[in-house]
Design a protein around this ligand. Structure first.
Ligand SMILES: [Zn+2]
Length: 312
């Protein structure tokens, strides 16, 4: 992970900022930036790693994978390549094992800029760089960073602006700019029909029952408060496990977010919907004050790359 949460003021800190601080200035207690499925922030302590590496970007990791809160968005994240444990500074720790989760590979073109965007979104106190601990060549910061993670983290990192539209995403054997693979509610209209896999996410607008038994269709909430034209199917095979959540989400849709991975299909383009691949491709979870509420909001506050229309 490129950012960590400072529990003292609930702001986020970039691993690059920590790298540039003298050891005595580094915050001594930082937590995982992940969220549980009920929207709670993870309380796992993290430590900076690879601070002196010439080959790997700095990042944060947990001491033990089991420290993560259950269902943490960060619990199956891996930074590539695996650490060769040659750091002189930064504490050794574990990265996650490969889980059963559907995985996506992300290549951040400018990791330091990614982390800076995410931390600048919140007021923070760690902006001053008190001398450079180590003089780094500028080219270090344009080296890409590759990581693998689950689709919930990919959606959250996109919402936090860690993943920009021009970063590279590999999903289900296809690779391209993040913009073509990750769709917040306001861009879901532009997701490709009968084409490659995509990840869609956002706050719920409404849930309606389909004609087949135990089948529901979710519409996400657009920034103007209206529903997305493209819906997301909760099929009978998903409904069995999601039933209690679907029930609660129908009562208070704005308290829930959906993250789904699948393809856009349907008899006609007018009736198109996202069909998730399987149970590991559909997550109905609580929005939270600390992060996932951002899923509902376009990242209008930060300069966007691309420049294509962003409203559906
Ligand atoms: Zn965590």
């Amino acid at each position: 992970m490129l950012i960590a949460r400072n529990p003292l003021d609930n702001t986020y800190v970039s691993a690059f900022d920590v790298k540039h601080m003298p050891p005595q200035a580094q915050p001594n207690k930082l937590l995982c930036p992940g969220l549980s499925p009920d929207g709670s922030p993870c309380l796992a302590a993290v430590t900076p790693a690879a601070l002196d590496s010439d080959h790997k970007h700095p990042y944060f990791r947990v001491g033990r994978v089991k420290d993560h809160i259950a269902g943490c968005t960060e619990s199956s994240t891996r930074v590539n390549p695996a650490d060769k444990t040659t750091d002189r500074r930064g504490i050794k720790g574990k990265e996650a094992p490969r889980g059963p989760e559907r995985r996506v590979q992300i290549e951040l073109r400018h990791p330091e800029a990614s982390a800076a965007r995410a931390t600048n979104n919140a007021p923070h106190m760690l902006t001053s760089r008190i001398g450079h601990h180590r003089a780094s060549a500028p080219r270090e910061y344009v080296r890409p960073m590759t990581l693998q993670c689950g689709i919930r983290k990919a959606a959250l990192d996109y919402a936090r602006d860690i993943i920009s539209d021009t970063d590279t995403v590999s999903l289900e054997g296809k690779k391209g700019p993040a913009r073509q693979f990750i769709y917040p509610a306001e861009r879901l209209l532009y997701a490709p029909y009968n084409s490659h896999a995509i990840i869609a996410f956002g706050q719920l607008h409404s849930i309606s029952q389909g004609t087949a038994p135990n089948t529901y269709f979710v519409r996400l909430c657009r920034p103007n408060g209206g529903p997305t034209k493209v819906s997301i199917m909760i099929g009978a095979e998903h409904y069995a496990s999601l039933r209690p959540r679907v029930h609660l989400a129908k009562i208070e849709p704005s308290k829930w977010a959906l993250i789904a991975c699948g393809t856009i299909t349907g008899k006609t383009t007018d009736k198109r919907y996202l069909r998730p691949f399987d149970g590991l491709s559909l997550y109905l979870q609580r929005t939270s004050a600390s992060g996932f509420d951002n899923l509902a909001q376009p990242r209008a506050s930060s300069p966007r790359s691309g420049g294509a229309p962003s409203r559906a």
